[in-house]
Design a protein around this ligand. Structure first.
Ligand code: AMP
Ligand code: GLY
Length: 447
């Protein structure tokens, strides 16, 4: 099978590795040359992933059996629809279906219309007028969200980012004045308290194949301090649950996703591809924070590195509408940590060299997923691979452990830490994610 893969991050490195493992021939489109993806690809097209014309030209020459789109940008830009029009099946959602991520208003209204469980109180405002009175009337703490895409950096939470109506209004004024999230407006919603978790599923529009639950950690520094980032590290457990997440909570969350897929079909926006549900486990059960029309990054690494079912078969099932609902996953725990440039989250030190001793990392048992780095091709042949940082995350390091329960997470974490010792340069990573103290704290907090 010939697969056209769109995207150049660590998430797409994980996707390409899964296709490659399934025997597919991969052709990749990406903005920066990701050395991991490039190695696994027959050919690479270096261009902006939202440059539909260039992608279509590349696709016309390659004639892939199907395409898989990693990031949300090209989905929002309609790349899926453009490929489909040229007769290339796409195992990713159409622009209309991707509204589940690109419009938080669409997602919340859909859940309300179909009475899907896991909802929160919310109100949408397309203009600034009336918001202040509304905020003053609220009896609960709230969250401010621009309706459109903000690269994961637009949400502000009361108590974390602002503490009173005046500060809330300052941000709301900024959203409208600077068109944050594309100028679609803002949602004010009830603040939820509890542990967050992610469930990602494959769907052909009708059938749903759930994957193991993952917890990502968005704060930049140890102890969940510092600015929010794209995600600093994530973990999963051998049985697909999490230390604080019981089977019934997991099932309830999957049921919410199933009902959402059904609602999308009913609305005439049949959803194909990967659907990502972000939840908070509250006292009243799992509630939806948001949907993403793609894999999470880093969460893709956790689930794809344990996927035993052929990625090629899954993708074929998605495009043909004949996907199986039962996926097979290695019963192992995973921990993935991001290596990021010094300053990441505030002001990244871009252009700094990182030396990555891939052979030594391999010996620890860990896997490398390259993200946003620049490669100096003249450096090839040395013992360590030399890459240069950009302003985004540099690479993910993932390890697995077959130990049961929390012990598996602790062991995988130690392997990752050992592997990171084989990287030198001006970077940082979190040292607490997946450790015993960290996990025990979460369990205690949920009690
Ligand atoms: P998002 O960009 O929607 O993933 O939101 C970023 C972060 O904001 C999430 O990971 C949560 O930590 C937080 N968040 C979003 N919505 C809520 C909510 N309703 N209650 C509490 N925290 C939230
Ligand atoms: N890790 C969160 C996301 O990909 O949106």
């Amino acid at each position: 099978m010939k697969v056209l893969s769109i995207g150049g991050g660590a998430r797409e490195h994980a996707v390409v590795r899964a296709f490659h493992r399934a025997g597919a021939e991969v052709y990749s489109v990406m903005k920066n040359r990701n050395p991991g993806i490039a190695e696994l690809s027959r050919e690479v097209c270096l261009c902006t992933e939202t440059d539909i014309k260039t992608v279509l030209e590349f696709a016309a020459r390659i004639t892939p059996d199907l395409a898989f789109i990693g990031p949300e940008g090209p989905l929002a830009a309609g790349l899926s629809d453009a490929l489909d029009e040229k007769g290339i099946p796409v195992a990713s959602p159409s622009q209309a279906a991707a509204r589940i991520e690109t419009s938080k208003e669409f997602a919340r209204e859909l859940m309300k219309k179909y009475g899907i469980p896991g909802r929160v109180d919310f109100r949408v405002f397309h203009f600034r007028e009336g918001i202040k009175d509304y905020l003053e009337s609220l009896k609960y703490e709230y969250v401010i969200k621009p309706i459109g895409l903000t690269g994961g950096k637009g949400v502000k939470v009361m108590g974390d980012h602002f503490s009173n109506t005046d500060e809330a209004m300052t941000y709301i004024t900024e959203i409208f004045a600077s068109n944050i999230g594309g100028g679609a407006g803002v949602i004010i919603e009830e603040k939820l308290v509890g542990e967050e978790f992610t469930i990602q599923v494959f769907t052909d529009g009708e059938r749903v194949m759930p994957t193991p639950a993952v917890q990502d950690n968005k704060r930049a520094y140890d102890g969940d301090k510092g600015p929010n980032t794209g995600g600093m590290g994530s973990y999963s457990q051998a049985d697909g649950l999490l230390p604080f997440l019981k089977k019934e909570d997991y099932d309830a969350a999957v049921d919410i996703i199933r009902k959402t897929v059904k609602a999308l079909k009913n609305e005439g926006s049949t959803y194909k591809g990967v659907l990502y549900g972000q939840f908070i486990l509250t006292r009243e059960g799992a509630k939806v924070i948001e949907y993403n029309a793609r894999f999470g990054d880093p969460e893709a690494m956790n689930v794809l590195s344990v996927l035993k079912t052929s990625m090629a078969e899954i993708a074929e099932g998605i495009v043909n509408g004949s996907m199986s609902e039962k996926g097979e996953f290695e019963p192992v725990a995973t921990v993935c940590k991001y290596v990021v440039p010094e300053g990441y989250g505030i002001r990244s030190l871009a252009g700094e060299p990182l030396l990555i001793n891939e052979k030594e990392i391999e010996k620890t048992g860990a896997e490398i997923f390259y993200a946003s780095v620049n490669v100096d091709i003249s450096d090839s042949g040395s013992t360590a691979r030399k890459v240069y940082t950009t302003s985004s995350r540099s690479l993910g390091i993932l390890a697995k452990s077959s130990k049961k329960g929390n012990e598996g997470i602790y062991e995988a974490e130690r392997i990752v830490e050992n592997a990171i010792k084989n990287i030198s340069g001006r970077f940082f990573s979190r040292h607490d994610i997946g450790t015993k103290d960290y996990i025990q704290n979460k369990i205690k907090r949920m009690k």
